[in-house]
Design a protein. Structure first.
Length: 330
């Protein structure tokens, strides 16, 4: 692999953003990136337009636009792809390496935001706040005759076991929040490192062990060949019937038809997902009609604070590359 010629100091870098609206829908400007070169911004780019819009770019900034090997091979001027996310499976990084194209990501930006959203989903499953708000506004509190009522069982987290699949930054943050709620914590991961300091923690020997011993299973691992479809019919057989599944990681970690069937069969109590296998969600996604399944539109990462951190690191990635010292390479 030979890196492509660097951008000379006398040349104004051509920087093209292919799907900028995800990072900046209007509240997170690209001003600092604009100081580094000639910036062209596209809010969205369909697959049919990727090559045409990228042909003259020295630097591509993408979030979810896919850059396959065939696409990269048709962009002879391209020297850097910086992904405004931690996951970079949208880029054929092996092909990029062969072509001498540097690929960078943002290793950490939304740990707190994603963990917060995961617990928002969990607390929704436990308390059904919106449903009870609607019930009150519909007059049911007045009608019940009591000082208190509830339409669904209310579930306390204290003393329950939180099973975390993966043990990266977000997984560890989930553990800390879980302990604050009084939960017992266990994790299943291939790389056991940085265990927490609290005593109420254990490593699970297998994924089946984790799900069979957990009241709440939450996914916080990357999508790889090894993890794709890891939550499938065989694994769902081991879930407790009163347990919850949360997925704020990648939709394809779950075989969605298997999860929908398991929810219908009562093999677990409920699920809440922020991600699905194809996004935007398609009309025929089986989770749309599955009982006891909450779906949010891949928004766990998207607080303004998290997007500002993404912007800052993206600018740092481009600046470092232009200075000849690339950072956050994958």
């Amino acid at each position: 692999m030979t890196l492509r010629p660097s951008i000379s100091a006398s040349t104004v870098p051509r920087i093209t953003i292919l799907d900028g609206v995800t990072l900046n829908p209007g509240d997170n400007p690209w001003d600092e990136l604009g100081k580094l070169g000639k910036v062209t911004i596209h809010d969205r780019t369909p697959a049919s337009e990727v090559i045409a819009r990228s042909t003259d770019a020295d630097v591509l900034v993408i979030n979810k636009v896919r850059l396959a090997s065939q696409t990269l091979a048709q962009l002879p001027d391209l020297k850097l792809v910086t992904v405004t996310a931690t996951g970079y499976d949208c880029v054929d990084s092996a092909a990029a390496k062969e072509l001498g194209i540097t690929v960078c990501n943002v290793p950490e930006y939304g740990t707190d935001s994603v963990a917060q959203h995961a617990f928002a989903l969990l607390l929704h499953l436990c308390h059904h706040v919106e449903q009870h708000d609607r019930a009150v506004r519909a007059g049911k509190w007045q009608q019940c005759g009591d000082f208190s009522f509830w339409e669904r069982p209310l579930i306390a987290l204290a003393g329950k076991t939180l099973g975390i699949v993966g043990w990266g930054r977000i997984g560890r943050q989930m553990a800390e929040i879980g302990r604050a709620f009084g939960m017992q914590i266990q994790s299943y991961t291939r790389t056991r490192k940085d265990p927490p300091t609290f005593r109420e923690f254990a490593w699970a020997e297998s994924l089946q062990d984790l799900v069979s011993q957990s009241d709440v299973v939450t996914l916080h691992c990357p999508l790889t060949d090894a993890t794709r479809g890891m939550i499938n019919a065989d694994v769902l057989q081991h879930f407790r019937r009163d347990s919850f599944l949360l997925n704020t990681s990648r939709g394809a970690l779950v075989v969605e038809q298997d999860l929908a069937d398991a929810l219908r069969d009562g093999k677990l109590l409920a699920a809440a997902v922020d991600v699905v296998s194809q996004e935007p969600i398609t009309d025929n996604n089986p989770l749309l009609t599955a009982p006891h399944c909450v779906i949010t539109p891949h928004q766990a990462w998207a607080t303004l604070l998290a997007r500002q951190r993404l912007m800052q690191t993206t600018v740092e990635n481009v600046r470092a590359f232009l200075a000849g010292n690339p950072i956050h390479t994958v």
